[in-house]
Design a protein around this ligand. Structure first.
Ligand SMILES: [Zn+2]
Length: 639
């Protein structure tokens, strides 16, 4: 049996996180970059993860008319696509598809049918899918594509009734970012292109469909109609269908969920309106109309996904004490950074995730004060240092990802999230909030509904902030952040008094000076618990594990972040008493942030029995995991 080394699998473990807590202790201290040579600006900023010829023809609107067929596990219907010509002589529209069955393509001009057209499909590429090439006449301005998705579409998870909490109805939800919109519909699947969309959905009786759009009521034909009037990139196309109930928080914010968790979720996320106020105060008005949250089944592979008007969330955020709501602040912040001002290519993903992680922390500070904001910065920093130390190659720790990156997943590590946020902390510290806050507000305002590159941001920074404050930062410093590896030495070094107090108590317990029962943990939040657990020293004995467990009931705790931190230590320390509950956790939680690293730790354990045990659990759990999680864990388990 081949045992994957951490460097291979751990990148998956930190991939595509939106919740950035639960970090382990840094593996390597401050991997400071050497003095960076100024790097030449990227030669090309075209998205290489799309076949779309968007420099010739641009999709402007998509209308979907779909049957949601739970028996066949497919979306089946018609996509009608409007476009405009960038080049007047363009004679082909190239769209992205993946695992789609294309039945026919008809072309239209001014609403009048021109006929059925002979489209072609390229050979399938494992990452990119298949290009759909549609020949156009001089006049064609609309195409109508009859198609069906695949039951194994990576962007869609079809849950059986048994896989839901209510057990009576099936559930469907999508995850389009980064390359999976093309498994849902034929599109120009690139963040460089924005389109409005509308949809008509037919669903089985008793189920409610929702989209990242205005939520439509059922009409006389039993159909639901949706409109998204603001132009969005394709990765924000989203659908959820299930036995879903709604509870308002205020007049334009509310929560959708299965009934079992609806009240708890509405209570957990009751401070979302204050988050919106804080965001608006700092960065300008919320421009998307309603803002609702949907709590998905536990197999949702992410902390959250910022689908516009309707953020998708994992139920593991409902901890009962509002301690994990920074993920809501994060998804809401995307309404400015990402959804409004969007990375033009996945090489620039830090413009979405770094900015959003920065705004998230500013909002947490506004709502809860500096103490909590700094604790989250420290936890994030620890996770990022681990991500840097585990990167497959140094170029993947740059903010601007290398031209030859293999998959957008490479850009969704804590590097883009937390190094990105720390670059903005660095700029904030150098220029001061009095100048930096209005600068960022103007950046969002002036680039709203546009796709931007890293170079666009640096130019904007030069013109709008550096020109009048030439001494604040140097080119070399900025290049080290953007085009250099690791964490620059100019990074902020957050220190939490709260964590120092935890460290002191921890040291007393480890040395045997105090018993676990004498630790003063009553006032500890989840953050302090995570810091305590993540930083337990090597060499804790089984008796010490058991003492902690007996005192604090850590095994089986319902707080998923705490449980994850504890199980990681239990695997490292060989604390077998935790394993039955760890198995239960792996069987019921599908959030990638947790399960990728847990499987990785088990798989790379020196104990063969743990490796085999993990393989058995995975075999049993795999059908319940999201296709994205299956792909990631298959790689970890070396299937
Ligand atoms: Zn995010």
């Amino acid at each position: 049996m081949t045992i994957l080394k951490p460097a291979i699998f751990t990148l998956f473990a930190v991939a595509a996180l939106t919740a950035c807590q639960g970090a382990e202790a840094p593996v390597k201290e401050n991997m400071t970059t050497e003095k960076a040579e100024p790097t030449p600006r990227a030669m090309t900023n075209k998205d290489k993860f799309t076949y779309a010829n968007y420099d010739e023809v641009r999709v402007t609107h998509v209308d979907l008319n779909l049957d949601v067929n739970f028996d066949a596990k497919v979306l089946d219907g018609i996509a009608t696509i409007d476009f405009e010509r960038v080049k007047s002589d363009a004679d082909t529209l190239v769209l992205d598809t993946k695992d789609l069955l294309i039945k026919s393509v008809r072309i239209f001009s001014g609403g009048i049918a021109e006929g059925v057209t002979d489209y072609t499909m390229d050979a399938a590429d494992k990452v990119l899918g298949e290009a759909l090439r549609i020949p156009l006449t001089d006049k064609t301005d609309q195409v109508l594509i009859s198609y069906r998705t695949s039951p194994s579409a990576e962007g869609l998870q079809w849950l059986s009734p048994e896989q839901t909490a209510g057990k009576k109805h099936p559930f469907l939800f999508s995850q389009a970012q980064a390359l999976n919109a093309r498994t849902m519909a034929p599109l120009q699947d690139t963040p460089a292109v924005r389109m409005t969309y509308s949809a008509t959905l037919r669903v089985p009786d008793g189920l409610l469909p929702l989209m990242s759009a205005s939520q439509g009521a059922k009409d006389a034909n039993g159909e639901y109609r949706f409109e998204m009037p603001q132009p969005i990139p394709s990765y924000l196309l989203a659908i959820a269908v299930g036995d879903i109930k709604f509870k308002p928080i205020n007049d334009h914010i509310g929560v959708y969920a299965e009934e079992y968790i609806l009240d708890a979720a509405a209570e957990e996320f009751s401070e979302t309106p204050q988050m919106e106020e804080a965001n608006t105060k700092l960065y300008g008005p919320y421009l998307w109309g309603r803002y609702d949250l949907i709590v998905l089944p536990p197999s949702f592979p992410y902390g959250g996904m910022e689908n516009p008007r309707l953020s998708f969330l994992t139920p593991t955020l409902v901890a009962g004490d509002k301690s994990l709501t920074n993920v809501v602040a994060h998804e809401l912040a995307h309404s400015w950074s990402g959804n409004l001002v969007t990375n033009a290519t996945w090489r620039d993903a830090w413009l979405n995730e770094g900015f959003t992680s920065y705004v998230e922390n500013r909002v947490m500070e506004e709502l809860y004060g500096e103490r909590r904001a700094v604790m989250e910065q420290v936890l994030d920093m620890e996770g990022m240092k681990r991500a840097i130390s585990e990167a497959k190659r140094p170029e993947l720790t740059h903010l601007k990802m290398p031209e030859d990156m293999e998959h957008p997943d490479d850009a969704f590590t804590l590097v883009s999230y937390i190094k990105g946020a720390n670059f903005l902390f660095f700029l904030e510290d150098r220029f001061g909030r009095a100048k930096f806050d209005p600068f960022l507000k103007a950046w969002f305002n002036e680039n709203a509904f546009k796709a931007v590159t890293t170079e666009d941001f640096l130019d904007y920074l030069n013109v709008n902030l550096r020109k009048d404050n030439p001494e604040a930062v140097t080119d070399v410093e900025i290049d080290a952040w953007v085009y250099g590896p690791g964490l620059p030495e100019t990074a902020r070094k957050p220190e939490s008094d709260a964590f120092s107090a935890v460290d002191a108590q921890s040291a007393d317990w480890v040395s045997g000076t105090v018993k676990a029962s004498e630790l003063e943990t009553d006032a500890w939040s989840t953050h302090e618990w995570l810091h305590f657990l993540n930083n337990l020293p090597q060499g804790i004995t089984e008796a010490q594990f058991a003492e902690l467990d007996d005192t604090f009931s850590l095994t089986g705790t319902q707080n998923a972040e705490t449980a994850f931190a504890w199980y990681m230590q239990a695997i490292k320390g060989g604390y077998d008493a935790a394993y039955p509950e760890l198995e239960n956790f792996l069987m019921t939680v599908g959030r990638g942030k947790f399960i990728y690293r847990l499987y990785g730790a088990l798989k790379s354990s020196e104990r063969e029995d743990l490796q085999f045990w993990a393989a058995d659990i995975y075999e049993a759990a795999r059908p319940g995991y999201h296709p994205i999680a299956q792909r990631r864990i298959d790689a970890i388990m070396n299937k």
